[in-house]
Design a protein around this ligand. Structure first.
Ligand code: NAP
Length: 361
């Protein structure tokens, strides 16, 4: 496999720090550029994150001395020194869209964790195990942007990264009619720790701005199809979501209720989960979990603390499948929100794009 130089835009934030830990020893990718806002620019990375490094592993030495650039002002310099960038920034949506398109027009592909472009119909929103065929719309996007190799590919919201994979294997043969989901989301999903968000200690907040709409709508793009170079979203299932912030550091859990068009057998569902393999596994991408979907038979699993790190935080854990009074079945799903749900999912998507030639020069 080739070697790629990469940049991280938003390198000082919660997701940016995750990218740093995942990429420091990556077999294909080498970090050559780090960027953030004017607040961090001009300082070494170690200085810029002093007092706010929130990862449990130490700051990798090889990035400590890199001088942080200002994402907007230094875009040309950054683009000239990398093969592509990861982007996870906290800015308003219009500014994020402009920034990402600027890098794409500088012929620098962007793997985005932001929501600003998730609904652009020629911007693929891909979970490598589920809908890799959506990458085909990149050609349409390049024609729109007038680029040869620059494009934007996005990751979906962290809240949907456990229940959508668990439901996905049944769409073709059984059809999904309607789904109710309640998500229990960790505070790192808001870029926070307990130190920085004391209100969350011993507390539950029944509101996460914009999250319920994303949780109901984004699965329909992932389950959509490519027509005339763009993604047309699926018309069903109908999804209703409630998203709740809970006092855990990392790991989003979902309580899922589902009605199928044709009801599968419970044991069939469990076997399907345990045997599921996507393109990421077939290609043996470096960050792909060996087993993506894992069913736990114990009544009290999966639990956030014991299962969120499964397969380096890239696997989905499922449990408590049982019949329901209103729906066909109910069950629990869990995934790590800043690994599978953010930076890890972004790295896996970049690996897929490299393996399929989209990052070639
Ligand atoms: N946390 C999660 O689990 C998660 C999951 C999925 C998606 N996301 C998305 O990922 C993005 C980042 O989230 P986060 O939790 O990492 O946020 P965060 O911890 O608040 O970090 C925000 C980053 O954006 C940078 N930034 C702010 N204003 C900027 C500007 N004008 N120009 C360039 N950089 C700027 C910050 O740089 P400074 O340090 O210099 O201010 C920092 O690096 C958001 O779009 C979020 O929705 C987060």
């Amino acid at each position: 496999m080739k070697h790629y130089k990469v940049g991280i835009i938003g390198a000082t934030g919660m997701v940016g720090q995750r990218f740093i830990t995942l990429l420091a020893d990556h077999p294909w990718f080498e970090i050559t550029e780090l960027a953030a806002s004017g607040r961090s620019a001009g300082r070494t990375y170690a200085e810029a994150v002093a007092g706010r490094w929130v990862m449990t592993t130490p700051l990798p030495e090889k990035v400590a001395g890199i001088i942080v650039k200002e994402a907007e002002q230094d875009a040309e310099k950054i683009a000239a020194n990398v093969d592509f960038v990861f982007c996870a920034v906290n800015m308003d949506k219009a500014a994020i869209k402009a920034l990402e398109e600027r890098f794409a027009r500088l012929e620098c592909p962007v793997i985005s964790n932001n929501s600003a472009q998730r609904w652009v119909d020629d911007v693929p929103m891909v979970v490598p195990e589920l809908n890799p065929e959506h990458l085909a719309v990149i050609e349409h996007q390049k024609a729109r942007l007038g680029t040869k190799r620059g494009f934007v590919a996005v990751k979906s919201n962290c809240s949907i990264q456990n229940y959508v994979p668990a439901l996905h294997p049944f769409i073709k043969d059984f059809g999904l009619k309607n789904i109710a989901v309640c998500t229990y989301q960790a505070i790192s999903g808001a870029g926070k720790t307990f130190d920085r968000w004391p209100e969350m200690v011993d507390n539950v907040i029944p509101y996460i701005g914009g999250e319920e709409e994303k949780s109901e709508q984004e699965p329909l793009k992932i389950w959509g199809s490519v027509k005339d170079g763009v993604i047309v979203k699926a018309e069903k299932p109908l999804i209703t979501a409630q998203c709740i912030r809970v006092p855990v550091t990392d790991g989003h859990m979902s309580a899922v209720f589902v009605n199928f068009d044709k009801k599968p057998d419970m044991q069939y569902m469990i076997d399907t989960w345990n045997n599921f393999e996507g393109l990421a596994q077939k290609l043996q991408l470096p960050s792909a979990p060996k087993k993506f979907l894992n069913y736990f038979t114990e009544d009290d699993r999966p639990q956030t603390k014991s299962e969120r790190e499964l397969e380096h935080g890239m696997a989905v854990s499922i449990g408590r499948l049982r019949p329901d009074t209103l729906f066909d079945y109910k069950f629990i799903t869990l995934s790590h929100n800043t690994l599978r749900g953010a930076a890890g999912g972004g790295v896996l998507l970049a690996e897929l794009l490299c393996a399929q030639g989209y990052m070639d020069r």
